[in-house]
Design a protein. Sequence first.
Length: 312
Amino acid sequence: MGTIFFIGILLVFGLLIFLWAQTGRTDHQNPDLNSIQAKNESFKTLNEAQQEFLKGDHQRIEFRRNEIHIKNHPLYAGVGATDTKEVLLEGAIPEIKIYENGKYLRTYKIEPKDSNPDLNNQIFDCEVRVHPDFSVQIEGAVYKNKDQEKKEYIRFQPFYLSNKNEKNEALFGRGMFARGLHFSGYISSGDIRLICICDVCEKSFSVDFYHAGFSDTQYFYSSNSMETLMVTYGDIENMPTQLQENIDENILGEVESQLPKTFDGTFTYYNSFCCPHCHSPFNNFEKFKADRPKEYYAHFYLNKTPIYFQKI
């Protein structure tokens, strides 16, 4: 009996030695283990630093009359913020200026509709969303009083804060969907107008739009996009449809040859939608041809209307 007990002790002792040896060998065979532990510690430290940073008084979005001030810091990564404000508009054509950490970024000019030509002292019920990826969206409604049934809805062109400015530059010339002015799977209401900022002259301009896909029509911009032509699919044979990806250039040329002339050049499928101030391409479809079939909203400048093709 004593012999069996002694053998059992030896076996347990041997097992402990084996496990100790394996632990030591595992450490030796995984030289990155220490670096992994160090990385985990650094992630923990970063997380703690971020939490400590966010404990302070951080009113990230501040409204000052017709100015929106946004605080920014790398430690805001992954942290969003939203705020709303009823802004009293100043001037017949009011401006909303955007600042980041006190530095001026951009100006959105709220151009009035012909039906409401003076926006002075009207309310801009504004929502500002700063997303965890440092992008900023601003939308709102303009009205004279809250009980007003028909309000004017406005969507500012989204943008990235300065530490992600390369993402702003990557969007130069892209379509409205890529720029975040429309969203796939979500229908933009026809009572919203867009306020865009030119990539070149940096002036803002207001845009209305029409969902061409719902009415089985195709649209064509004139050379400087001063006119937008709407053509029903059946009016011209082989008319490209919305979302049609395979476009035959030869067939397209035959379609375009049947379009009317325009005072600023010609109507073509890949004509850009341009800045009305400097005529630089805003939606540069010649450069980003893959964007064009996906752009099923026809755009035209505020207080303008599209023209319609008359089949002879």
